[in-house]
Design a protein around this ligand. Structure first.
Ligand code: NOJ
Length: 767
């Protein structure tokens, strides 16, 4: 009785309370999630339940928009993705409100590093090692996406990537478990705000569960084979961190895991995710992944694929063709039970409930009169935040003879195929970012130099001279090819750039990858800068002018030769809408670079996989003691070109000796690690103090070191500060061969440094 009384009041309070509850007899109060969903479920026909499990792509070839609206009104679609304005989504929600039970739709999109204002790609965000900045990216993205009627984002993408041939390395946060986990929870909280039900929040869908970053050979969509301890210790924690931070859902990976595709993997989704981790949200397949179970060779046909997926725990089918077609038959024959169907439907309704859609289906769509007049208006952007974050993501790799910062009075040449490339500034998965809003490097330099110095520009080279590669990269963009090829001969382009260089005091070459080279389905067999651009660098070097390389890329590049040629190298990833301004800020010293690599840069592709936290081995290569029968490649120097955690500043920093509060740690007690860091240079600046741990002798081989804490701090020139890191027993734990999470007694090394290799070390014993 009490609950039925509440509804009209709620209706008054919220104005738009979903008609679902009002229509039903004795509908429970909206506040009681479980009762509300149970009641709704009891009203649904089987067809309506199946409809809720279907997630449909907008703009795809499969269904016109009109057809989609018809299907929604008939209760045959649960949510859509890829539409991105209120004007597009409102008619679909209206259609849902015409359906029998008026169950609201949700609208999803891949908002990874900004929606309209594009921030640096995820790998660049990780390079900032700045959780406040990353929080700002997530919040701003949620504010912009929700203002355009989006309820859900397929992000964060937290796949650990240790094989940079994989193009999606750009979408994740690098090779490290701890750094990625911290960013995962930060992003989830930032997207979801106080709650995913808030008007300016979007629900986070952590992806790709699981281990997608470990595809064999770095070739996209390939298989993953991995030991359980490696999975539990290195690859699973970032997903768990996002889930523990409250992510509303999980997107399931396209790859198989030890022979069983994730999409059909009962162990993964039911035993691990739901039972062990207690996950309560919605699981969504990746695009067409259920159908792919046939090609994976685990399902005979579509019927079996749908059956495997729902039984394994896939609630929603993205770009569905099979749930809609096959579930009715499977239910009829009893191969799929009503309980299994209801379980999946409950999760979808639960997610909609959490997004606040039952309370107000139009919470993010708003009223037509409030729709922005111009979706792409400049006033809708958050440029200041984008510039601030972009500056923090840039990593200074080389700076010989203090080539940088540059003087604004100089005459300079900016050259290279990426110097004036608005699309590439945004990187892949740039949501609804508009190239016309991008500040390119050329434009950023022009603005900074205006009235002070001279700037010449020449393209100098095409991104690639390989026609087949060009065609591949432009394959999906028939209307307006992403990479515009200059038809002039390579020598003519180079000549033009050399002339510009000769008339300048310094040359800035913006080189690397086009954004499509670091994308889904863009795996590479080499990490080199394409040959056309390397020829340009050779020619520029020959001019004798100081040469600054500005790298744009979404993965580590092997730049052994370029490192020798360049006087300075700035790694800029794909730095977003304000990238050009941010890069100019660093090149001219208006911002002192502070980024650190979130992923190892190998010397060559042959060294892969190369990551700093590898396990100890019996015959390690020992620098300074060359010889046979140790683990090494004999044709080139061993070790990385640039290690994880590395990055320079215009200032210098020194660390004092490291002290531990005890060398005998009792379980349950804290260990305090103290170190003083001093800015020993002439400029104020930020650095990142990194703390690594090594479990020296365990029941199984353990990593040579693992990041366990970090702190980014600003120090004025000459200033010093003492940092105290507190560690506990939990920080010493790992999953052993039995998958028990244990801290084993014995010696641990604590290492602290400003990168992963140049560290100070002290030991303690865990009793
Ligand atoms: C496929 C990608 O693998 C996934 O990351 C993305 O979220 C979906 N497509 C939707 O765009």
């Amino acid at each position: 009785m009490e609950s039925t009384m509440k509804l009209p009041l709620l209706g008054l309070a919220f104005g738009l309370v979903s008609q679902v509850a009002l229509a039903a007899n004795a509908a429970p109060a909206l506040q009681d999630k479980q009762a509300f969903i149970d009641h709704l479920l009891s009203q649904m026909t089987e067809a309506e339940k199946i409809g809720q499990l279907r997630l449909i792509s907008i703009g795809g070839p499969e269904m016109t928009r009109e057809k989609i609206r018809e299907e929604i009104a008939a209760g045959r679609i649960g949510g859509t993705f890829n539409s991105r304005t209120a004007a597009e989504n409102r008619p679909m929600q209206d259609a849902a409100m015409r359906s029998r039970l008026k169950i609201p739709m949700f609208f999803a999109y891949d908002t990874l590093h900004g929606e309209r204002t594009i921030f640096p790609i995820s790998l660049g965000l990780a390079a900032s090692w700045d959780l406040n900045a990353i929080n700002q990216v997530g919040r701003t993205s949620a504010i912009e996406a929700s203002a355009d009627a989006l309820d859900m984002t397929f992000a964060p993408m937290v796949d650990i990537a240790r094989d940079p041939r994989w193009g999606r390395t750009s979408e994740g946060f690098g090779e490290d478990t701890y750094l990625t986990s911290k960013i995962s929870e930060t992003m989830v909280r930032a997207f979801q705000g106080k709650s995913p039900a808030e008007r300016d929040s979007i629900m986070a869908i952590v992806k790709h569960f699981a281990l997608y970053g470990a595809v064999e050979g770095g070739r996209d969509y390939n298989t993953v084979d991995m030991s359980l301890p490696k999975m539990y210790n290195d690859y699973l924690p970032p997903y768990r961190a996002g889930i523990d931070a409250g992510a509303g859902g999980v997107m399931v990976a396209l790859n198989s895991i030890n022979g069983v595709p994730a999409t059909a993997n009962t162990w993964l989704m039911n035993d691990l995710l739901r039972k062990d981790w207690g996950f309560k949200g919605v699981t969504i397949s990746d695009h067409g992944a259920i159908k792919e179970l046939i090609r994976h060779g685990v399902a005979r046909d579509g019927r079996e694929a749908a059956k495997l997926a729902i039984k394994a725990g896939i609630d929603m089918s993205m770009n569905d063709s099979l749930y809609g077609e096959e579930l009715p038959g499977l239910l009829k024959s009893g191969e799929v039970s009503t309980a299994e169907l209801d379980h999946a439907v409950r999760e979808v309704l639960g997610a909609k409930y959490e997004m606040g859609l039952f309370k107000d289906p139009y919470v993010r769509i708003g009223k037509p009169e409030n729709d922005p007049k111009d979706t792409y208006a400049e006033s809708r952007l958050h440029r200041e935040a984008a510039r601030d974050v972009a500056r923090r993501s840039l990593v200074l790799l080389e700076n010989r003879e203090q080539t940088l910062p540059l003087k604004k009075s100089a005459a300079m040449a900016v050259v290279g195929p990426l110097a004036d490339a608005p699309i590439d500034m945004m990187g892949s998965w740039a949501a609804d970012g508009q190239p016309k809003h991008s500040v390119t490097v050329r434009e950023g330099l022009r603005r900074a130099l205006e009235g002070k110095g001279k700037l010449l520009y020449a393209k100098g080279a095409n991104v690639t001279g390989d026609k087949a590669v060009l065609d591949y990269l432009n394959f999906l963009n028939f209307d307006a090819p992403e990479i515009v090829d200059d038809p002039r001969p390579a020598a003519v382009l180079i000549d033009e750039a050399v002339k510009a260089a000769q008339q300048s005091d310094v040359v800035i070459a913006v080189v690397g990858e086009s954004r499509g080279m670091s994308h889904e389905s863009s795996s590479r067999t080499t990490l080199e800068i394409p040959a056309t651009q390397r020829a340009l660098i050779d020619a520029l070097k020959a001019t004798g002018k100081p040469l600054v390389l500005v790298l744009m890329n979404g993965r580590p590049l092997s730049i052994v030769k370029e490192r020798e040629q360049a006087d300075a190298i700035l790694e800029t990833w794909f730095s977003g809408t304000e990238g050009g301004n941010a890069i100019a800020d660093v090149l001219f010293g208006d911002y002192n670079p502070s980024g650190k690599l979130p992923i190892t840069f190998p010397r060559s592709v042959g060294q892969i996989p190369m990551y700093y936290n590898h396990l100890s081995i019996g015959r390690p290569y020992t620098p300074g003691q060359p010889g046979n029968y140790t683990s090494q490649y004999f044709e080139e120097p061993n070790g990385p070109l640039y290690p994880f955690g590395y990055g320079l500043s215009y200032s210098t920093f020194a660390l004092s000796e490291l002290t531990l509060s005890t060398t005998e740690l009792q379980r349950g007690e804290p260990l305090e690690v103290r170190i003083t860091v001093q800015n020993t240079g002439k400029l104020d600046g930020e650095t990142v103090v990194q703390l690594y741990l090594q479990d020296v002798a365990g029941s199984m081989s353990r990593p040579v070191k693992e990041l366990r804490r970090f702190e980014k701090l600003m120090l004025k020139a000459g200033e010093s500060r003492t940092l105290t890191f507190t560690l506990g027993e939990d920080d010493l734990k790992f999953y052993n061969t039995q998958l028990h999470h244990v801290a084993e007694a014995g010696t641990f090394n604590v290492q602290v440094g400003l990168d992963s290799q140049d560290v100070q070390q002290q030991a303690f014993e865990l009793r």
